[in-house]
Design a protein around this ligand. Structure first.
Ligand SMILES: CC(C)(COP(=O)(O)OP(=O)(O)OC[C@H]1O[C@@H](n2cnc3c(N)ncnc32)[C@H](O)[C@@H]1OP(=O)(O)O)[C@@H](O)C(=O)NCCC(=O)NCCS
Length: 184
């Protein structure tokens, strides 16, 4: 008697895609911004400030940012639903930057997608873009109380300085990490 074997068919796992953001991504980026702020800064920033954050307001702010000269956005897109699950933005340094010419402004990965290497890939996309633009160094400012700030030294950042900023009426401390960039 001949026996036939069937091998278990496993659905191929498609990798989250990292690509430059387009105008069609604004809604997804706004959603990730509002959701991750609510989750990450719950214990750090005033509740009232986090609760008043709205997708629509975040979308119009994002649209202005995407028009700004030299500013780049990268998105992480989940391949099955095509949903934005993370993003990074970067460009020329804001607020002086203490002599460092470029900056990663934001880097957020949606809850449920963290810890899979997406943050590292977004970080590298932003870093390589800033290097390609000819910047010799870059900076990231992160809230000192952010439990995720250990990610930046893991990416090779050097702790540089601190400052106090006001967010939603509260005074909070930020720490800067810096990197030298090799020209592409
Ligand atoms: C911080 C964040 C961007 C990291 O992205 P991620 O996709 O979860 O991280 P990755 O899986 O790419 O991790 C890459 C490396 O960093 C390390 N890492 C990740 N999060 C870390 C943390 N909170 N503390 C220390 N190391 C961390 C990982 O262990 C991994 O190390 P490895 O070299 O041993 O592999 C993401 O968790 C996030 O968006 N968190 C919420 C929002 C936030 O705090 N953003 C930063 C605001 S400035």
């Amino acid at each position: 008697m001949s026996r036939s074997f069937t091998f278990p068919v496993r659905a191929p796992t498609r990798r989250v895609l990292i690509r430059p953001a387009g105008w069609g991504d604004i809604e997804g980026v706004a959603r990730v911004t509002v959701d991750t702020w609510g989750q990450t800064y719950r214990e750090i920033l005033p509740q009232a400030y986090l609760q008043q954050m709205r997708y629509a307001a975040s979308e119009s702010q994002r649209s202005r940012m995407m028009h700004a000269q030299g500013v780049h956005h990268f998105v992480a897109v989940e391949p099955t639903a095509g949903e934005v699950v993370g993003f990074a933005s970067c460009g020329p340094t804001r607020n002086g930057g203490g002599g460092v010419p470029s900056e990663i402004y934001e880097l957020y990965v949606q809850n449920g997608f963290q810890g899979r290497g997406i943050g590292r890939r977004l970080f590298r996309a932003a870093r390589d873009r800033l290097a390609g633009d000819g910047h010799e160094a870059m900076i990231v400012w992160v809230l000192s109380d952010n439990p995720n700030r250990g990610f930046y030294p893991r990416m090779g950042g050097w702790r540089r300085s601190k400052k106090i900023i006001r967010v939603g009426g509260a005074a909070v401390e930020e720490i800067a990490y810096t990197w030298r960039l090799d020209r592409a």
